[in-house]
Design a protein around this ligand. Structure first.
Ligand code: HEM
Length: 250
């Protein structure tokens, strides 16, 4: 009798544990995405700054010179991919599995506040987009880790024709990440304080501010990579490492 009860208690803890893992993987991915964009945006300082950041992340002891271990970047991309798949898999549990569940969910949603409903939708749609485009990006990065830098990355944006992928991915990631982190803070009551309603309003403003900040930063970086990519294509420098370009006008 006791063991049956124990078994039921253990089973009833499973959804809470899975929820915890969904939050934990989401938190890691959200923080990673903001850090990632700050690093990618080093191109806005200069090509040399982006090269320095690239070498630093390759574990180079002297990032001002050639050297480093791109395999570290491949490893990081694979680790992020694993987190990504776990997070997406856990989120899929909450999707309606059939038409009947779908109708029940819709009627529940109608009773919920509009804001919550649309947030759920935005997360589902952006999550779906990210799963495909993010996976493609991670596979490309993991298998081309030795070809990252101000020149070769810009070639990927323009000459490889990947700019639409980056543009859609940027918007999906920043919207999804900010809503996700906002909901996480609300769910676990992290900054509830004395007046949770006022806190929620403040958090909403912070969420909107961060989304605008990161999308703007992303779009500016996007424009910089596309511009460099176009110039390199015009000068016949595609595929050449930054600093070693020959090209037609050299
Ligand atoms: C360890 C994992 C990752 C690494 C090393 C990495 C690296 C890079 C690099 C080097 C670029 C510049 C373009 C290029 O070289 O192709 C870039 C751009 C970008 N990455 Fe990642 N990435 C990682 C994970 C992700 C993930 C998981 C996402 C989203 C799901 C993502 C979204 C983006 C976006 C949207 C851009 C374009 C940014 C812009 O236009 O301003 N990355 N990434």
């Amino acid at each position: 009798m006791k063991s049956l009860l124990d078994d039921q208690v253990r089973k009833s803890r499973v959804p809470a544990r899975l929820d915890w893992w969904q939050s934990a993987t989401g938190l890691l991915l959200g923080l990673f995405m903001w850090t990632h964009l700050l690093l990618v945006s080093s191109i806005l300082i200069s090509k040399d700054a982006m090269l320095y950041v690239t070498r630093l992340l390759e574990g180079s002891t002297n990032p001002s010179e050639e050297g480093g271990h791109p395999i570290l970047v491949s490893g990081a991309a694979i680790a992020i991919f694993v987190l990504f798949v776990v997070h997406a898999g856990l989120a899929m549990r909450k999707f309606p599995a059939n038409w009947k569940q779908w109708r029940t969910m819709r009627s529940h949603m109608k009773m919920m506040k509009h804001g919550e409903t649309s947030q759920w939708w935005v997360q589902a749609v952006t999550g779906f987009i990210m799963f495909f485009l993010g996976s493609a990006h991670l596979i490309i990065i993991a298998s081309n880790a030795d070809k990252i830098g101000p020149g070769l990355s810009s070639d990927r944006f323009w000459s490889w024709g990947l700019w639409p992928l980056y543009l859609i991915l940027l918007l999906a990631v920043e919207v999804h990440g900010a809503i996700g982190l906002y909901r996480l803070v609300i769910k676990w009551g992290i900054f509830d304080g004395k007046d949770p309603r006022a806190t929620r309003r403040r958090l909403k403003k912070i969420k909107t501010g961060l989304t605008i900040f990161f999308i703007t930063l992303g779009l500016l970086s996007f424009a910089a990579y596309v511009k460099i990519g176009m110039e390199r294509a015009e000068n016949g420098q595609v595929g050449q490492r930054y600093g070693s370009e020959g090209g037609e006008d050299h």
